[in-house]
Design a protein around this ligand. Structure first.
Ligand code: GUN
Length: 295
């Protein structure tokens, strides 16, 4: 049996082309290009890299992007004032406040101040609630990217047992809801596992589709995977390695070398879920500019 390597990079490139076409059609009609704003507070290195990739991706499809870079000592009040300004700025279709925020700022308070109609991250409780109820909403980027990867890779989900490892608000919990909905490319039976789960391996061994979103390098080992399962790896970690040119290599939550021999399909790290995440944000920005979710 040969294992299918799910090429997130290629699938993301295909979707980017579709988005670029839609943006070009808007501009042809004399509509403004969609406009995404990112707000970044402080100097977190990973956040800087994420925001730079988001800007680059916007540019590649014709979406206008701007970034507000605020110093680490910005007060919560100042950030809330910017959020209020962006809520009212008609030139801005959607925006994100890059997480994590510095410790002195209440993250939840900031996310709740974002106008749900501009919340292209889908982190506002209004969007989370709408998603939960199957109403139109901005879907969070990583779970939506996983849904799209499965669909475009023609991996059947209806009636399958999906096991999600990790219950974060931004990945594990929403993807478990999305896959269990009564909907096309969903309809799965979902088990959500977490740090207090007993007999984890017994459960993961039942998975037709195993989603690793635990945030621990190499956590899912080959003995935890059923032969022929589909394995989706959400993790991305820098592992220090002096023999590499950069001094590190990237690895996921799954022991790829071993698990890839047993799975029927698997996402690599990098080049699996990661590229899909940014594409989902572009899609939400396009929806925001068309007022397609909140009319
Ligand atoms: N930090 C890590 N991932 C994300 C994301 O998708 N959105 C925001 N706003 N911050 C993040």
């Amino acid at each position: 049996m040969s294992t299918k390597i799910i090429d997130g990079k290629a699938i993301a490139a295909e979707i980017k082309k579709e988005i670029a076409k839609e943006v070009a059609a808007m501009i042809d009609k004399d509509d403004n290009a969609p406009h995404l704003v990112a707000v970044i507070v402080g100097e977190d290195a990973a956040s800087q890299t994420y925001v730079a990739s988001k800007e680059k991706a916007c540019k590649s499809v014709g979406i206008t992007s701007s970034v507000y870079r605020l110093p680490a000592n910005t007060s919560e009040m100042e950030l809330l004032e910017l959020v209020d300004f962006l809520n009212r700025d008609e030139e801005v279709d959607g925006y994100i406040v890059q997480l994590p925020l510095p410790d002195h700022i209440n993250e939840q308070k900031v996310l709740m101040a974002i106008d749900p109609a501009k919340d292209v991250d889908g982190f506002h409780p209004e969007n989370a609630g709408r998603m939960m109820l199957g109403l139109p909403s901005y879907l969070p980027a990583t779970p939506n990217g996983i849904m799209e990867l499965l669909e475009r890779s023609k991996i059947e989900t209806a009636g399958k047992h999906v096991v999600v490892v990790g219950r974060s608000n931004i990945v594990g919990t929403p993807v478990s809801v999305m896959l269990s909905r009564k909907a096309k490319n969903a309809d799965a039976t979902v088990t959500l596992c977490h740090s207090r789960t007993k007999n984890l391996k017994e459960i993961t061994l039942q998975a037709d589709i195993l989603i690793a979103a635990i945030g621990k390098v190499g956590f899912v080992t080959v003995d935890m995977v059923k032969a022929g399962a589909t394995v989706i790896d959400v993790g991305i970690h820098r592992v220090e390695d002096a023999s590499k040119e950069k001094g590190y290599y990237l690895a996921g939550d799954v022991d790829y070398d071993e698990v890839s021999k047993k799975a029927s399909a698997i996402t690599p790290v990098p080049g699996g879920v990661g590229p899909m995440t940014i594409v989902s944000l572009l899609r939400n920005t396009l929806l925001a500019s068309k007022k397609a979710v909140y009319q």
